[in-house]
Ligand binder design. Structure first.
Ligand SMILES: [Mg+2]
Length: 170
């Protein structure tokens, strides 16, 4: 790694989303596709997510050259479940940033704000995210983005993204 990419002596950061990037959420989308949406059930089922192998491999490759930050719209109360899931699926070490209580802003706003904060202390090499709105907002803010398409497109996934946009939940 060349010295010029280091800011403040830190390795550059790779910022990685969880749901739809590392975790296959398709088995629990029905909780938020149905009405009324049941976000509690949606998050409660997260420990059962299969790992997305392409996402796991991407995280491992990025960890060779970057420090990882896992940035998810999951609420803070999901921290223990998420860390246990990381351990079970052998995710590389990294800081875990979750949505603060009462923060219902769309992910595209919340995540770009976090990227801006992180980039004050370190260079942000890439954001890996599956939400097109998040990817677009990050690009417009000047960040390089790796869009994650590997969970597969589905009508349910599109519904989730629009639900996130409206409810500011994940
Ligand atoms: Mg996602």
């Amino acid at each position: 790694m060349s010295a010029e990419v280091l800011v403040g002596g830190r390795r550059p950061l790779a910022v990685i989303d969880i749901d739809g990037v590392l975790a296959d959420v398709r088995h629990r989308l029905h909780h938020v596709v149905a009405r009324p949406k049941d976000w509690d059930a949606f998050f409660a089922a997260a420990p059962d997510d299969p790992v997305l192998e392409t996402g796991l491999e991407t995280a491992r490759r990025l960890a060779e050259v970057c420090d990882l930050v896992y940035l998810s719209g999951r609420p803070e109360r999901c921290r223990r479940d998420t860390l246990e899931w990381f351990t079970r699926h052998h995710l590389p070490a990294g800081e875990l940033l979750l949505r603060r209580p009462d923060d219902r802003r769309p992910s595209r706003i919340m995540k770009v704000e976090v990227l801006d904060r992180l980039s004050q202390d370190a260079s942000v090499t890439v954001l890996v995210d599956d939400d097109p709105l998040v990817c677009q907002a990050a690009r417009e803010a000047g960040y390089d983005v790796l869009p994650a398409h590997w969970m597969g497109e589905s009508a349910e996934q599109e519904t989730l993204i629009s639900a996130q946009e409206v409810d500011g939940r994940t």
